[in-house]
Design a protein around this ligand. Sequence first.
Ligand SMILES: Cc1cc2nc3c(=O)[nH]c(=O)nc-3n(C[C@H](O)[C@H](O)[C@H](O)COP(=O)(O)OP(=O)(O)OC[C@H]3O[C@@H](n4cnc5c(N)ncnc54)[C@H](O)[C@@H]3O)c2cc1C
Length: 401
Amino acid sequence: MGEVWDLVVVGAGPAGSAAALAALRVRPGARVLLLDRAAFPRDKPCGDGIAPHALDVLADLGLPGLVDDHRPVHRLHLAVDRGRAGPAVVGDMRRPARVVPRTVLDDRIRAGALAAGAVPGRGTVRAVQAGPDGVTLTVTGRELRARVVVAADGAGSAVRRSLGLAGPPRGHLALALRGYAPVRADLADEQRIVFADDDRPAYAWSFPVGDGRANVGYGELLRDDRPLTRERLLRRLEDLLPGTTAGGTAWRGHHLPLSSAGARQPDGRVLLAGDALSLVNPMTGEGLYYAVLSGACAGAAAVAAPGAGAGAAHRRMLRRRLGAHLRLTGAVAGLTARLPGVVPAGVLAAARHRSVFDDLVELGLGRGLLSVPTVLRVGGGLVRGGLVRGGLVRGGLAQPS
Ligand SMILES: Cc1cc2nc3c(=O)[nH]c(=O)nc-3n(C[C@H](O)[C@H](O)[C@H](O)COP(=O)(O)OP(=O)(O)OC[C@H]3O[C@@H](n4cnc5c(N)ncnc54)[C@H](O)[C@@H]3O)c2cc1C
C-alpha cells in the first residue's frame, strides 16, 4: 500500500482551502493533500460579493487582509420589484463587503493553504470508499489513501454522491447566471439587489468590481414546470435591473444548493463542507462565509479526531457555530415562499429602522439571528399589509435612520 495521507481535501475552492488551512493550524506537520480537478487560477460562477464575516474566518486561519487591495463597498441597496414601485432601502452596512472575482479570491486562499504546508494535487475524484482503517479515493488513473477526507467539491459533489447521499431536493436548489458588464452609472458605488415580487425567492444583483465593470446576475429556484434557460435568466435580469446586461461577457450559470434543504453531516471519515453540504443562504445566495466556516470546522475536526469519530466531531462544531442560524434562515425562507408579503415587509421595516437593516444584513451575510423588535416590526408590517395578499404599502427609497 502506498502512503496514507492524514487528510485529503477534495476541491480547492474556499471551503477546501479553508479546511487545509485549519488542519495545518491545529496540527502543523500534518500531511494534507489539497486536490482539485482544475488548474488554478480558475473561474467559478459567483456574484463575487464577499462578506466581512468570511474575511474574519480567513484572518483567523492566518490570512489577514487577503483582499485589502480591493475597494470596500459600504452601501447596500435592497428593493422589491413591484412594477418598479416596491419598497426599497439603501444604507451603509456596519462593515463593508468586497467584490473580488473568484479567479483572484480562490487563488489567494489556495496559495495561503499551500504556503502553510498543504501539498497541491490535480485530478478528478470519481468515488470514495470508507473502511474501518481509512478512506480510499478513486482519482483519475490512480488510488489514494487517507485517514480522513474533506469533500469540498462543490454543488455537484461527486464525493457526496459516492456516499449515497442525495443532493438538495426541488424547492431547495436554485440556478443563477452571472456575467461581467460595464457598470450602470448609478450602481458604481453600491451593491444592489432587486427581489422579484412574482417569483419567490428570486433576485437580480449588480455588484461593482471597482474597475468599471459590475458582476451582474439573476437567480431563482429550479421548478419542474418551467425550464430555466439562459434566455429566461438574462431576460429576468434585464427586467429587474434594466441596462445592466449591455456589453456583458463571461455569462455562466451554476447551481446553488440551499441550506434550507437541511443537509446533515454523516458519521465517519468523510466530512462535507461548503456547497457539497448544501450551505448556501436561501435568502441571499451567500455561500462564501458558510464555505470557509464549514471548511475550517471540517479541517479542524479531521485532525483533532482523525478516525471514525471525525464526522460526529465536525457535526458538533457545525451545530455550535451555525445551528440556530441555519434553522432560522430555513424557517424564514419557508415563510417567504408561502407569504408574498414577507420580503416587502422586511425591506420596508429596514427602511424605517436602522436596527432591522442591520439584523437583515447579519441574517443574509453572516450567522445572525433576528432580535425580538425586528420580528415585531416585520410581522407588524405583514399584518398591516394583509398577510398573504402581499398588498403591502408602497415604500419610497429611504435611508435607515
Ligand atoms: C451565480 C452565483 C452567484 C453567487 N454569488 C455569491 C456571492 O456573491 N457571494 C457569496 O458569498 N456566494 C455566492 N454564491 C455562492 C458561492 O459561489 C458558493 O457557495 C461557493 O463557491 C462555495 O464554495 P465551495 O468551496 O464549497 O465550492 P466551489 O467554489 O464550487 O469549489 C469546488 C471545487 O471543487 C473542485 N471539484 C469539483 N468536483 C471535483 C472532483 N470530482 N474532483 C476534484 N475536484 C473537484 C472544483 O474544480 C472547484 O474548484 C453564488 C453562487 C452562484 C452560482
